[in-house]
Design a protein. Structure first.
Length: 117
């Protein structure tokens, strides 16, 4: 079992920045990829960015050039730096820790990000 815990959400004006953190505990030695997903009201959860243990990254087109994902394997923590925030970035942001050998991802409880226009 892995328990991701997110932090760092909040209310920011359009054009502002936030940094989200996600610390994983439990069987962290098995974690392969970690990532951020978001869900806006009335919409499905969508991928924001992922990063492998080796540091390979993947971003949604909507956040490329604005968001940066990074990872500290020693701390079992993943970060998401969000710049040039837009009102459409408003959502609950969820952290996911994926273990390939189990074919399972573990979700955090989510953190709210609200961007005012």
């Amino acid at each position: 079992q892995v328990q991701p815990v997110e932090s760092g959400g909040g209310l920011v004006p359009a054009g502002g920045s936030l940094r989200l953190s996600c610390a994983a505990s439990g069987s962290t030695f098995n974690i392969d990829a970690m990532g951020w997903y978001r869900q806006a009201p009335g919409k499905q959860r969508e991928l924001v960015a992922t990063i492998t243990r080796g540091g390979s990254t993947n971003y949604a087109d909507s956040v490329k050039g604005r968001f940066t994902i990074s990872r500290d394997n020693a701390k079992n923590t993943v970060y998401l730096v969000m710049n040039s925030l837009k009102p459409e970035d408003t959502a609950v942001y969820y952290c996911n820790a994926y273990i390939a050998m189990y074919g399972t991802g573990y979700w955090g409880q989510g953190t709210q990000v609200t961007v005012s226009s």
